[in-house]
Design a protein around this ligand. Structure first.
Ligand code: ADP
Ligand code: 5GP
Length: 205
């Protein structure tokens, strides 16, 4: 384990489960946590800002990023491309900061292949009816897109087994507390700390 590097936290789960909402609340509680802004070919929603919510790209620009190996992972999701710019994540982790990715399941599993030391959190809905009502309630999707997202959700929930932790997003506050507890525990792992003590011992009293 590379002890002085930050933790790579991958928060994933079906669309509409509340990843964005929980991630925002978590960042307010943990301002030191660095959020990785994704690239996407999806059109901005009302209120979204380029460089803050996403880097909004043309399809040709996105394909160029893939060709140039600029993405740590990428996926096509309900007709659009989404991906994580690699360099920002690598540089930030090397500086010792924890980084959080908020991404869908195919991308999370790619990160797991390339970066198995990451911490993989599956945010689950209390049930499927609640998931649908959250997607509908957000008011951002067409009927077709809602249907597609619900269909994807069933497959995504089956992949929960590949994750390290499952957090049910019943109450936002509660989900945040659980994620904070996970981050704290991960930092306390012996392998992340033992090198400091070895350094002391090597120095003598
Ligand atoms: P995702 O990023 O996973 O697609 P969002 O964060 O956009 O999901 O949340 C989808 C909708 O569900 C939003 O309208 C949000 O306000 C709502 N929501 C998120 N978490 C909760 C929760 N714990 N309880 C009730 N509604 C929630
Ligand atoms: P939305 O269109 O609702 O913003 O996002 C659709 C899905 O794409 C969500 O599940 C969101 O978490 C996911 N997503 C956002 N950024 C990325 C990314 O960089 N990579 C991948 N694989 N998924 C992403």
């Amino acid at each position: 384990m590379e002890n002085d590097k930050g933790l790579l936290l991958v928060l994933s789960g079906p669309s509409g489960v509340g990843k964005g909402t929980v991630c925002k609340a978590l960042r307010e509680k943990m301002p030191q946590l660095v959020y990785s802004v994704s690239a996407t070919t999806r059109a901005p929603r009302v209120g979204e800002t380029n460089g803050v919510n996403y880097f909004f790209k043309q399809k040709s620009e996105f394909l160029h990023m893939i060709e140039q190996d600029q993405l740590l992972e990428w996926a096509e999701y309900v007709g659009n491309y989404y991906g994580t710019p690699r360099k920002f994540v690598e540089d930030t982790l090397a500086e010792g900061y924890d980084v959080i990715l908020e991404i869908e399941v195919q991308g999370a599993l790619q990160v797991k292949e390339k970066f198995p030391q990451g911490i993989f959190l599956f945010l689950a809905p209390p049930d499927l009816a609640e998931l649908e009502s959250r997607i509908v309630g957000r008011g951002t999707e067409t009927e077709d897109s809602i249907r597609n997202r619900m269909e994807m959700a069933r497959h995504e929930i089956e992949l929960m087994d590949k994750y390290d932790y499952v957090v049910v997003n019943d109450e936002i506050e509660c989900a945040c507390e659980k994620i904070q507890a996970i981050i704290t525990a991960e930092h306390l792992k012996k392998d992340r700390q033992i090198h400091k003590f070895r350094k002391w011992l090597a120095k003598g009293v």
